[in-house]
Design a protein around this ligand. Structure first.
Ligand code: ADP
Length: 343
């Protein structure tokens, strides 16, 4: 007799708009293939604590357009430990689950890989993170929505910046990677951009802003990733850094330096969690719908230890090991383009 599949699913790590759409796709994709689905709340914690819900066809009604995740998500300290993962495995066995689909980012995929290596339990990852920093896919679910949320804010900031002839430093999310900043700066018509991957040159940025101002620009927007610059944010080589407190956003430091070097009026706007909320864009919903069902299909076909992604328009799988080695590099040419077009 054929084994009846029962798929466990979690949403894990940072929330991302489109997680619900991906969950709907996993559930409906599985049910359409006669597999059952059990959801666990709050990521790996829900697995460890056996906090589950049977997901039927109506359990995912009306969620394709909702941000966040109805399963809730968490960062699980327990799952980082071997006993924590052993507990999670026991719970999966207790529910007679035949595989686990993880909707999460690279951290969640690391956990999935550990579980799979230690217990030979079949796992498949679906990349959901606003940061776009997962190897094996051109886009992660949630990234497009975050960029769209950011440019809607930038458009509004531009109105007030123009009226008062100000420079605005707009901080977007991205502790380690500058993808959101890059796309938001390009699509928002920003004059400057600072990302974690590139050493900042604030004097050069200030000079460009002054030149633009002299040419008659009435406002300037500088998009800054929250992790831009690291510790290296001094205004000039050899000049003392302004104090940087971990609890104070780097953008205030950038604004102080730019104001000092240009004499222009500079304001800061930290967009923060606004970028993660709200309805997912059509792009994210459609990506989520494709990838969720693809994860189910691969699991049922006996493929595991992989993540599903989309590369050059095609749905592809990449081993978790490969995906975790390296994510795509930031295209420096696009950063140059931002500066060329924002003159
Ligand atoms: P994201 O999935 O969005 O990158 P995190 O990096 O916070 O989010 O990871 C989510 C969860 O995945 C963590 O709280 C932890 O439980 C698990 N995890 C992350 N890294 C590992 C690891 N190296 N080994 C085992 N579990 C991990």
């Amino acid at each position: 007799m054929e084994t009846r599949h029962r798929i466990a699913v979690i949403t894990s790590g940072g929330d991302a708009p489109g997680m619900n759409a991906a969950l709907r796709s996993v559930v409906r994709g599985a049910l359409s293939r006669q597999a059952e689905v059990v959801g666990f709340y709050t990521g790996y914690d829900g697995l460890i604590n056996d906090d589950s819900v049977k997901l039927g066809v109506h359990s995912v009604s009306g969620i394709i357009n909702r941000g966040g995740t109805i399963l809730h998500t968490a960062r699980s300290a327990d799952f980082l430990t071997e006993p924590g993962r052993a507990k999670a495995y026991q719970v999966l066995e207790k529910h007679q689950c035949t595989g686990l689909i993880i909707l999460g980012g690279d951290g969640s995929f690391r956990g999935a890989r550990d579980l799979s290596h230690e217990y030979k339990f079949p796992v498949i990852g679906v990349p959901t993170t606003i940061d776009n920093d997962v190897g094996g896919t051109d886009y992660t679910i949630g990234f497009d929505t975050a960029v769209n949320n950011a440019i809607l804010c930038i458009d509004k900031i531009r109105d007030t910046a123009e009226s008062h002839e100000r420079v605005f430093v707009v901080e977007v999310m991205g502790r380690n990677r500058g993808f959101i900043a890059m796309e938001a700066a390009l699509a928002g018509g920003a004059e400057g951009i600072l990302v974690p991957e590139i050493k900042p040159d604030l004097p050069a940025l200030a000079e460009r802003l002054i030149k633009g101002h002299r040419r008659g620009k009435t406002s300037s927007i500088v998009v800054v990733s929250e992790g831009a610059g690291g510790a290296d944010m001094s205004a000039r080589p050899g000049e003392d850094e302004l104090p940087r407190s971990p609890s104070v956003s780097i953008s205030y430091h950038v604004a102080d330096v730019i104001a000092g070097l240009t004499g222009l009026e500079v304001r800061v706007c930290v967009l923060g969690h606004i970028q993660r909320g709200g309805p997912p864009t059509a792009f994210d919903r459609s990506l989520a719908s494709r990838l969720g069902a693809a994860a189910v299909d691969h699991l049922l076909a006996g493929t595991h230890d992989v993540m599903v992604g989309r590369q050059m328009g095609k749905i592809v799988i990449t081993s978790l090991d490969e995906s975790l080695k390296e994510s795509q590099a930031l295209d420096k040419k696009v950063l140059d383009l931002v500066e060329r077009l924002g003159r």
